[in-house]
Design a protein around this ligand. Sequence first.
Ligand SMILES: O=C(O)CCC(=O)C(=O)O
Ligand SMILES: [Fe+2]
Length: 330
Amino acid sequence: MGVDLPLLDFSKFLYGNPAERLKVAEQITDCFTRHGFIKLKNHGVSDDIVQGIWKWGKLFFNMTTEQKMKIIHHPGPDPQRGWSKKGAETTSKLRKENADGAPTGELLDEKEHFDCGPPGDEQFPNIYPEEDLPGYKEFIENYFAAAQKACLEIMSACEVGLHIPEGTLVNSCIPAASELRMLHYPAVSIETLEKGLIKRAWPHTDFGIITLLFQDALGGLELEDRSDPFHFVPVITESSNEMVVNISDTFNRWSNGTIKAGLHQVNVPPGLRGSTHGSVPERYSSVFFFKAHREASVGPLKEFISSERPAQYSDINALEFHREMTDILY
Ligand SMILES: O=C(O)CCC(=O)C(=O)O
Ligand SMILES: [Fe+2]
């Protein structure tokens, strides 16, 4: 029982010799296949950027409601831009679509977030608090570039680990169409969370290719223990520089259902489980939803289709898939 996620050293892929690259690539795809999740160190996103997540996250969410309202996101099927206030999104509806026995109804997530796409996105322009928080946009754009680069390297590692031709995954990811999210979970009473109508984030899978995640020292991210379905265990990160990566729905589709998306939620942090009263401190985290380029197919790749395993998913493009999924989410 339990899930032992090893902390893999990605520098062995980035700078290692061919044998080292192959070894870590296979560890990555093996862990992804078994758990839907991996943990990486030396991933190439600098400590400065990770420290910036905590610094800029606090500055952003500490802005007044009036300031945040200037860049509020208007819900709809297109990619999210700007600030979404607490209760705007319910991940539980997605869950309802994905599996039986899941919570149903309007279960809200106890979180607020900021979302943006690639710097200079013309199709879905980003919105920043440029006057109210100078420097934020510049930080976010640098973080976006570093996260996008890390994801492309992880795709290369997956190609090596899965023994599929170079470029099979990477070529569908350029130009960038990823989404970056800064998250803040306000302090909440344990009683409220334990009552079960509110969760920091309900069980869900993400719908890009992979998601990078950084969480603060408080923690609270949990993944499904596949040996005990619908039972969740904490993803323990020893330092806030550790990168947690999950497989998301697009990878599941590309692999024709052989590499499944990692089901996850955000719960009472490990150190506070079992308490019956008191409050759970606020929490900060950030996720980078790595997406295929908007016209790329999110149907199964030919490497994963055979006469024994015909295509399980339709051949739609990434933007159509995104719209389909956000329609469920809001
Ligand atoms: O904050 C976290 O740890 C996870 C957030 C998450 O799963 C999401 O936004 O999709
Ligand atoms: Fe998620």
